[in-house]
Design a protein around this ligand. Structure first.
Ligand code: FMN
Length: 201
């Protein structure tokens, strides 16, 4: 069982990092092969919209996204962690997601599909405020990201009201929820697809 954790925050050891660490700790306890990717450490260009990927499903931009495509296709569980930035995901996460247009093109334009089946996706997201609509944008972006890479949007942990670094340490119940989710998904428990009315959280 391969579990890929994508850390989308620019802030080291921030709230979404801590949430992701808990998730991956749970997965590792089951013996899963856990891999961490820190987007803030990678040079990933935004999509340049040249549509090369519509020809053969690959992106010609030579940067560190190159090493990520195979990981996204091969993982059994793909976990995406990000803070809410302006009601969406971080720019680091969004740049990576836009570049998965190449995988979307493989699926929907070239129709050269790649493993899906029971591959599962998880969104781990933190935000400072507490409003009902806080995660609307992030969830929609995640939904179409998971679809592009052909994983089922299986689960999510969405944490409101955490702002300064370390705030999530005061919320042991959400960290335990993430740890438990990591354990269960790494053991192959099939979840979701989660209810995708983005307003219903
Ligand atoms: C550029 C920026 C935009 C943000 N936008 C929002 C927002 O729209 N809504 C919100 O509740 N919090 C917002 N926040 C606060 C973060 O979501 C919050 O502090 C989060 O816990 C940070 O997670 P991290 O430590 O993993 O980066 C924003 C923070 C920054 C720096």
């Amino acid at each position: 069982m391969k579990v890929l954790g994508i850390f989308g925050s620019p802030r080291r050891q921030g709230n979404s990092d801590t949430l992701m660490k808990a998730f991956l700790q749970g997965a590792a306890e089951t013996g899963a092969l856990v891999e961490e990717v820190f987007l803030r450490d990678l040079k990933i260009s935004p999509c340049l919209e040249i549509y090369h990927c519509f020809k053969d499903g690959t992106c010609p931009i030579k940067d560190e996204m190159r090493g990520l495509y195979d990981k996204l296709v091969e993982a059994d569980v793909v976990a995406l962690g990000s803070p809410v930035f302006f009601y969406s995901l971080s720019a680091q996460a969004k740049a990576m997601i836009d570049r998965t247009q190449a995988l979307w093109a493989r699926r929907y334009v070239i129709k050269d599909d790649f493993p899906g089946g029971n591959r599962q996706g998880v969104l781990l997201c933190t935000g400072a405020t507490k409003g009902r609509l806080l995660f609307v944008g992030s969830r929609l972006v995640a939904k179409y990201f998971f679809d592009a890479i052909n994983v089922r949007y299986a689960a999510e942990v969405l944490v409101r009201g955490v702002d300064e670094k370390g705030a999530i340490d005061e919320r042991p119940e959400v960290l335990e929820q993430a740890r438990d989710l990591g354990r269960r998904l790494a053991q192959g428990e099939v979840m979701g697809p989660i209810k995708m009315d983005p307003l219903a959280v």
